[in-house]
Design a protein around this ligand. Structure first.
Ligand code: GLA
Length: 398
């Protein structure tokens, strides 16, 4: 009996050891998988979990590549959604002065809205934001011909700019409200010289600032001018225009344009013109005297090379305030002049003229052909780096 018991005990002991080893193995595997998910929000196709500040869902495919929608959340409860299709900010949910949450940017709920080629709603713009006259420029003795996709001119990177490509997702911890996207724009794409390696880091901080950190390198000299093309309506209601929003821009000068919206090369004083926003003005106050509406680059008054406050927009009804910070020398103020009701939101609301505004930080338009403007040329061995941030807050209720 004693021998049998001993055998049994020995067998049981070994079984236990084997079981424990299996458990250990399982625990190790679980730990490994959790670690993987922990360090890479962007590889973790799950829905929101409490501690996460970045989560993602599948959003379909484009160019046979998977497209995802990323949700960044901060401690204030602001929610920003960004897709790796076009590096597009699709939504920014934020409270008004009464705590009512609404979306302050124009965007769609599904990828199909973006595949229909809307006018750059929330997109990352590149390789060159804004216009290049006739799509032609020269560097030394070489002349380059870009795609002409805006009348006779080149606009926002061409037919298939950075807003219409699927960006690679660089894994970042999902404990951060941050998304890193990468894109390699190959030599000759849309007519541009050089392989351009681009990274954009989007970060939503706890003070409701959405920042864009752009960096790039090239293997041939090329113009680079990256921006974000979010359309804001601080009322959070796309049936309202932005004409009652008040705008302040720290710019003594702007760059006038010709009938094709190409900069003339002149830096004009804003004084005694409808472009004087040195003190806040309602956007609608003088818009009638700007043919077509505002679609102009402001020459920002910079005092440092830092990410400086350059513009403020306020909406008295919602109490929301939008501040724009940038390291860039210019900013395109666009009042949604070409919106004409033909595009509808995902809820079926027609998006009418002047129902949203863009503040596109940038170098001055057509700078490859306006040699007196700050250069946009990036050379091999150099690093392109700019930062822009939009901060949304509410004015204190009086
Ligand atoms: C930019 C341009 C505008 C217009 C919009 C998109 O803001 O300056 O002229 O093309 O993009 O419609």
């Amino acid at each position: 009996m004693a021998a049998i018991n001993f055998k049994k005990i020995t067998n049981l002991y070994f079984l236990k050891v084997i079981n424990n080893m299996k458990k250990l193995q399982q625990a190790f595997l679980v730990a490994l998988v959790s670690l993987f998910f922990l360090i890479s929000c962007n590889n973790n196709p799950t829905t929101e979990q409490s501690m996460k500040k970045c989560s993602q869902t599948s959003w379909g495919t484009a160019d046979n590549k998977p497209v995802n929608l990323f949700t960044l959340t901060n401690s204030k409860g602001d929610i920003v959604k960004i897709s790796n299709y076009g590096g597009t900010v699709t939504s920014w949910l934020t409270a008004d002065k009464n705590g009512k949450i609404a979306d302050v940017v124009v965007g769609f709920d599904s990828l199909s809205g973006y595949l229909a080629k809307p006018p750059y709603f929330g997109s990352t713009i590149g390789r060159y934001g804004n216009r290049i006259a006739k799509g032609i420029f020269s560097i030394d003795t070489a002349t380059y011909h870009l795609a002409t996709n805006n009348g006779a001119n080149h606009l926002h990177g061409g037919n298939k700019g950075f807003d219409k490509v699927v960006w690679d997702v660089v894994p970042t911890p999902d404990s951060l409200a941050s998304l890193t996207l990468h894109y390699l724009s190959v030599d000759g794409e849309e007519g541009y010289p050089g392989n351009l390696d681009v990274t954009v880091v989007f970060t939503l901080s706890d003070d409701n600032t959405l920042s864009f950190d752009y960096s790039a390198t090239t293997d041939k000299t090329t113009p680079v001018n990256l921006t974000n093309h979010s359309y804001f309506n601080l009322t959070g209601d796309i049936t309202q225009t932005i004409l009652n929003h008040r705008l302040q821009v720290h710019a003594d000068k702007f760059t006038p344009v010709d009938t094709g919206l190409i900069t003339t090369g002149v830096l004009q004083d804003v004084k005694e013109t409808p472009f004087d926003f040195l003190q806040p003005h309602a956007i609608g106050e003088r818009i009638a005297s700007v043919p077509g509406g505002y679609d102009h680059n402001f020459v920002l008054n910079r005092t440092t090379a830092d990410n400086e406050l350059v513009a403020t927009v306020t909406d008295a009804v919602s109490g929301r305030v939008l501040e724009v910070f940038t390291t860039e020398p210019g900013m395109q103020f666009y009042t949604g002049n070409f919106l004409d009701g033909t595009i509808k939101t995902s809820q079926g609301i027609a998006i009418q003229q002047h129902t949203a505004l863009c503040l596109e930080t940038q170098h001055f338009p057509d700078s490859p052909n306006k040699l007196a403007f700050p250069t946009t040329l990036l050379k091999p061995g150099e690093k392109y780096h700019t930062v822009t941030a939009y901060k949304v807050s509410v004015a204190s209720v009086k």
